[in-house]
Design a protein around this ligand. Sequence first.
Ligand SMILES: O=C[C@H](O)[C@H](O)[C@H](O)COP(=O)(O)O
Length: 225
Amino acid sequence: MDTANNEKKMAALEAVKEIKDGMTVGLGTGSTAYYAIHAVAELIGQGMNLKTVPTSEQTKQMSIELGIPMVDINSIDSLDVTIDGADEFTQNLELIKGGGGALLREKIVASITKKQIIITDSSKMVHQLGKFKVPIEVIPMACSYVMRQLPAIGGIGLVRKKKDKDYITDQGNLIIDADFGLIEHPAVLDEQLNKIVGVVEHGLFIGLAHKVIMIKDGEAITFSA
Ligand SMILES: O=C[C@H](O)[C@H](O)[C@H](O)COP(=O)(O)O
């Protein structure tokens, strides 16, 4: 296993230590969350009684294959813990997520989670967000309107493609990957994006993470809110 994957796995194993019997657990999406999902399956295999909520169709499929019990998010008020990855994070626990297109369901799950734990390898920490483009999920009919609004708030967008076709999210929407340069005030941009009609959600996660566990040089480094 290469260093990055080793770090992802170690972070996942560290995070699942927070899971206790009887908890409801949110399962993130992506190559880092992958290791957490496997670790949760192992806990269940050892007899732990857990209910989970997946943050994407991809994670739901994995959960089915691994025999992980799931619960309808509309039948619960909150989740105890969610373990998810990130594309970038700062020490203030501001994040960019959505590189894998799952930001909308991830943000809904994070919003009702008591303890949102982000797990990363050592490449994801930044001093200022913005090298990674901010994914913006938009209603298809609003796509060009939203694109035209971005320069007024300092951004340039590109519609995400997959194999030469528009990338379609789990909710049937499009994603605009927007370059804002380094983001001075993520909370301000968060509000500006939320005000654009046709934007369903975006990948700036501000005030949602409670803890980031990053592995660097074989050690777990924890950042807490
Ligand atoms: O949409 C995808 C999610 O936000 C992922 O958690 C994020 O892109 C990080 O993915 P990975 O762990 O594969 O780097």
